[in-house]
Design a protein around this ligand. Structure first.
Ligand code: NAP
Length: 298
């Protein structure tokens, strides 16, 4: 199938890029290996997307999808496996089809970073989770641990606290990097914070029963029913790297202000480019990327 613009990934960046592509006159298609929304689906509450005092990530993503699909076709559950540069564009092969595009916008987002400790993989879905909005309900009123010190960890801890959980936040340093507003809310909530502490092992039988934490060389076992890991994300930039797109030292895609990469007619937008990883930024970058593609193609 022949397209002028193919957008890979249908998070906020990809959906917006697709809409701007079509509205600027490009025959565009958005391909998404999962469902629309990406990691924004997991945000229990978004309070800094202008126009909404507070909205659940899933609700916002679903409104975006409904809006954007008035303009552009989005194919969900279709995974891009290979991008192959051709003389006149790119061949994009998925697990279902093969496409030819004159230009590509890569909006493949990020994935949850793993702790890499014993028990993490074994108890995934049996007490270990990376998404409080998805799984928190099952831990209502129970003891849970949250690992991390950024916005995600703070939000996860607050969400679980509001569900009635007894929350212990485990952070490897003596200060959080979460925004001040969240730190203040954490201070007001009855959340126990274990500073200078790392998780050594997650223990259980069929389900999680405890975590062993090491605080400056002293180990102790904390009984918990759930462990929510919120230690940041890593970019899904492998497809881009394979066609020679330049990445930074943390594997995020490097773009200029027009969202152009070092490869002609390849653009990138959203979390996969790093920086301030927020929905509002992803949307803006998606719009800019599609507009740059339009400029380069006409
Ligand atoms: P982050 O800001 O990178 O924070 C990751 C945290 O995990 C840091 O505190 C880090 O510790 C810790 N950490 C990293 N690797 C670790 C390891 N192996 N073991 C133990 N701790 C580890 O990530 P984030 O909180 O996911 O936030 C990412 C981006 O998403 C940010 O830009 C954030 O603003 C955005 N975000 C926005 C919202 C929203 O609603 N607006 C919600 C969530 C996230 P150190 O502090 O020691 O490095």
């Amino acid at each position: 199938m022949e397209k002028e613009l193919i957008v890979i990934g249908a998070g906020p960046a990809g959906m917006t890029a697709g809409m701007y592509g079509v509205r600027s006159g490009l025959d565009s298609l958005v391909l998404e290996r999962g469902i629309c929304g990406g990691l924004s689906n997991e945000a229990p509450a978004i309070e800094n997307y202008p126009g909404f005092n507070e909205i659940g990530g899933m609700e916002l993503a679903s409104r975006m999808k409904e809006h954007v699909m008035k303009y552009v076709e989005i194919r969900e559950l279709e995974r891009v496996d290979v991008i192959e540069p051709k003389a006149d564009g790119f061949e994009v092969s998925t697990d279902k089809n093969s496409y030819h595009a004159k230009a590509i916008v890569i909006c493949t987002g990020t994935r949850h970073r793993r702790l890499g400790v014993k028990g993490e993989g074994e108890f995934l879905g049996k007490g270990v989770s990376y998404c409080a909005a998805c799984d928190g309900f099952f831990f209502k009123n129970r003891n849970v641990a949250v690992v991390g010190g950024g916005d995600s960890a703070a939000r996860t801890a607050l969400y679980l606290y509001n569900l009635g959980c007894q929350v212990t936040l485990i952070h490897r340093r003596d200060a959080l990097r979460a925004e001040q507003y969240l730190q203040q809310k954490l201070g007001e909530a009855d959340v126990n914070i274990c500073w200078n502490s790392v998780v050594k092992v997650i223990k259980g039988d069929n389900v999680v029963k405890s975590v062993v934490i090491d605080t400056r060389g002293v180990e102790r076992e904390l009984p918990v029913a759930g462990v929510f890991v919120a230690i940041g994300e890593d970019p899904n930039s492998e497809l881009a790297a394979k066609i020679g797109v330049t990445l930074d030292e943390k594997n995020y895609i490097i773009t200029d202000k027009s969202q152009r990469t070092n490869i002609k007619r390849v653009y990138a937008a959203g979390d996969v480019t790093g920086g301030l990883r927020q929905v509002v930024v992803a949307c803006a970058e998606g719009a800019i990327a599609a507009s740059s593609a339009y400029e380069d193609l006409v």
